[in-house]
Design a protein around this ligand. Structure first.
Ligand code: ATP
Ligand code: SF4
Ligand code: MG
Length: 317
C-alpha cells in the first residue's frame, strides 16, 4: 500500500444545512481525513452523526460549506456543472438500497453498460460484450444479463451495483451502508467479495456503516464520527486500544465479530441532531463518563495522542 500520497483528502471540511423552520444543523464539522490508494477506510458512528453527509460531500452531490476535498491532488470542493463529470467517474458510490439505483424496466445488462457508455469508456456494443465478464467478476451467472431488477434478490442486485462501480475503474469507491440491508449470511458474502475485488483490482474504499463489527471486518483504518465530528482515527487492529470515551462506549455496545458473548451495553438514547445544535463545548459532554469541567466550554480538536492515535478529547491532550 502506497502510504506516501493520499488519493483523497478532506481538509477542514464542514457542512451546515438550514432546515425548513430556519434552524442550522452542522452535519459535518471541520473534518480532516486522508485516504491512501489501495486501502479501505471505515467511517462509523450512530445514526445522524454525519456519515452520509460526508459521502455526499466527497461525491460532490452537495457543496461543502467550507474546506477542501482533494482528489488525486486536485481540489474538487468548488467544481460545478460539467467539471463535475470527471469526479462522478472517479468516485463511484454504492448505496444501502440497490433497488433505488435501478430503473425497473431496464435490464441488468443495460444497467451494467450505462456507466461505461456515459463516461465514454466504451461504445454500447463494446460494453455489451463485457457484461458476462462483469457478472462473473462478482460471482453471478452471465445469464442474469437479460433479467429485470425485480427478478434478482437484494444481494444479487448489490453485486451488480458493485460490478458497475468497479467497471468504471474509479479512483475511490464509496460504500454507504452498502451491506446493512442484507441478511447476515449474504452480508458476509458481499463483504468477502468486496475484499477480494479490492485485492484483485487494488481498489480504494471508503466504507460507511453504523455497525462497528462490520466496519472493522473490512476496514484497514477506522474513523469514528460523533455529532458531525471525527472524534478518533486509528488502524482497525488497534480498535481495542481506542482512547476516546465515545469509541470506548461504542466498543462496549456492539457484538464483536470474534466475541459473540460480549455483553451488549446500549448507548443511552439521545438524538445526535440535538447535539448538532450545541455550539459550545465537546458534543459528547452530556453523555461522557470522563467529562471534565472544561469540556462544557471548549470543543476538542483531532490531535495525535501519546499512543499514536488521533483523537479529539480534552482529557487526552
Ligand atoms: N438536506 C438536509 N437538510 C437538513 N438537515 C439534514 C439534511 N441532510 C442531513 N441532515 C441532517 O444532518 C445530520 C447528519 O445526517 P446524515 O444523513 O449525514 O447522518 P448519518 O450518519 O448518515 O445517519 P444514518 O446512520 O441514519 O444514515 C442529521 O442531523 C440530519 O438530520
Ligand atoms: S472532551 Fe471531555 S466530554 Fe468530550 S469526550 Fe473528552 S472527556 Fe469526554
Ligand atoms: Mg447515512
Amino acid at each position: 500500500m502506497d502510504k506516501k500520497e493520499p488519493i483523497l483528502e478532506l481538509n477542514h471540511v464542514s457542512k451546515t444545512f438550514t432546515t425548513e423552520d430556519g434552524r442550522e444543523v452542522r452535519a459535518v464539522k471541520d473534518a480532516s481525513l486522508a485516504v491512501y490508494p489501495g486501502e479501505c477506510i471505515g467511517i462509523v458512528g450512530e445514526s445522524g452523526c454525519g456519515k452520509s453527509t460526508i459521502a455526499r460531500l466527497i461525491t460532490r452531490i452537495i457543496d461543502p460549506s467550507g474546506g477542501e476535498i482533494i482528489l488525486a491532488g486536485e481540489n474538487i470542493a468548488d467544481k460545478k456543472g460539467r467539471k463535475l463529470k470527471a469526479v462522478y467517474r472517479d468516485i463511484q458510490m454504492v448505496y444501502q438500497d440497490p433497488y433505488s439505483v435501478f430503473s425497473p424496466r431496464a435490464g441488468i445488462g443495460t444497467f451494467l453498460t450505462d456507466g461505461l457508455v456515459y463516461h465514454g469508456i466504451m461504445t454500447r456494443s463494446e460494453a455489451l460484450k463485457e457484461v458476462g465478464k462483469l457478472l462473473e467478476m462478482v460471482d453471478l451467472p452471465a445469464e442474469l444479463a437479460d433479467r429485470l431488477p425485480h427478478q434478482l434478490s437484494g444481494g444479487q442486485l448489490q453485486r451488480v451495483v458493485i460490478a458497475r462501480a468497479v467497471s468504471i475503474r474509479p479512483k475511490v469507491i464509496l460504500l454507504d451502508e452498502a451491506t446493512s440491508a442484507l441478511d447476515v449470511s449474504v452480508q458476509k458474502q458481499v463483504l468477502n467479495l468486496l475484499m477480494r475485488l479490492k485485492k484483485e483490482y487494488n481498489l480504494t474504499y471508503v466504507f460507511i456503516g453504523h455497525d462497528l463489527a462490520v466496519v472493522r471486518s473490512i476496514a484497514d483504518r477506522i474513523a469514528v464520527m460523533y455529532a458531525g465530528l471525527i472524534v478518533e482515527e486509528m488502524d482497525s487492529d488497534e480498535l481495542e486500544q481506542a482512547e476516546h470515551p465515545y469509541t470506548k462506549k461504542l466498543l462496549q455496545s456492539v457484538f464483536s465479530v470474534n466475541d459473540r458473548n460480549r455483553k451488549v451495553i446500549p448507548i443511552e438514547n439521545m438524538s445526535v441532531s440535538d447535539e448538532n445544535l450545541q455550539t459550545l463545548g465537546c458534543p459528547f459532554q452530556p453523555r461522557c463518563p470522563e467529562a471534565l469541567p472544561a469540556c462544557k466550554n471548549a470543543c476538542p480538536m483531532l490531535r495525535m495522542t501519546k499512543s499514536g492515535h488521533k483523537a479529539a478529547c480534552l482529557a487526552l491532550e
